[in-house]
Ligand binder design. Sequence first.
Ligand code: C2E
Ligand code: CA
Ligand code: CA
Length: 326
Amino acid sequence: QKIIVGASVGFAMFPGHASDAESLLHNADLALYEVKSSGRNGYQLYDAEMNIRVQQRKDIVRELRTAAATDALEVHYQPVVNSDSGRPVGFEALMRWNHPAMGPIPPGIFIPIAEEAGLMTQLGAWVISRACEDLALLPPGIRMGINVSANQFRSPDLFAHIKDAIARTGIDPSRLVFEITESVLVSNADVARGLLENLRGLGAQIALDDFGTGFSALGYLQQFPITVVKIDQSFVAGMLNQKANQAVIRAIMGIGRDLDIDVVAEGVETIGQVEALQGYGCRFMQGYFFGKARPLTDVIADMALSELNDAAPKPHPERAYAIKLS
Ligand code: C2E
Ligand code: CA
Ligand code: CA
């Protein structure tokens, strides 16, 4: 085996950064931490901002623990739509944290911190339970996508927890779609395959999220029991004027067809993107064009409304979109 050794260096200088050896080393360590968290193999000089950032992280971790224990976290649901009908075929469960002082904190900020602090397994288990309970209140044809982070995926209790949530809520497991990223498959392929096969054994679907951004070894699609691929939103965002993005989307659509894997396009924001994607044979879409993630009560009210709409004479397809947007 070829072993590649790298080095990260953090340094602090006397007397500007500290007046005693212990604080000097501590500050050099903070600088080292910055290098490591920004991708390693580099060097960084200490600055006073680092202490503030570390303190903020500590605060967030402490507050997240409280939030998890006091129901200050919520799960919102974003529709995944069949663009032929404009109707949702499922929803993706997305965590929301409304901080009492700072307001809504995006999951892109707090989830990596929760991962690092070892909190994600607990938070993720809570999301699975909540999403299953909420799915039980939605029509039987509707599916639910649940994100599973890399650390969470390594937790030995994950499978038991999922089975327990299914049993408790009585939902049909084939309505669940577990969304993972390629990093899960790279880090421990054999354990990952075992767990994915167990989930497939229950009848659940497995979606490869953010497809096209990571390693994107096409072999993964054959080696692992993947049933859905989600095209990363960066390709959709750039598709109308960048040929390379169009090529990637076309290629993913082709692979999906050949391997019998459903393809969902993420981050669809405009009618132009909807039409272009339809031109590539992509039917399943998710994005602000169809709706943002919203609380369960809103989702249920929406679905009741669209059933009423269905009973009315069929509008022109473009008008159906206008109704969705309003
Ligand atoms: P993701 O799984 O790729 O989720 C899609 C993200 O794209 C969501 O961001 C969603 O709100 C956003 N999005 C959807 N449509 C559009 C659009 O048309 N335009 C744009 N610009 N964005 C759109 P969000 O909710 O901020 O979540 C960010 C990430 O946090 C998620 O990315 C996922 O990786 C993670 N996450 C969220 N909830 C959970 C959770 O319960 N568990 C785990 N493990 N991760 C979660
Ligand atoms: Ca996702
Ligand atoms: Ca995604």
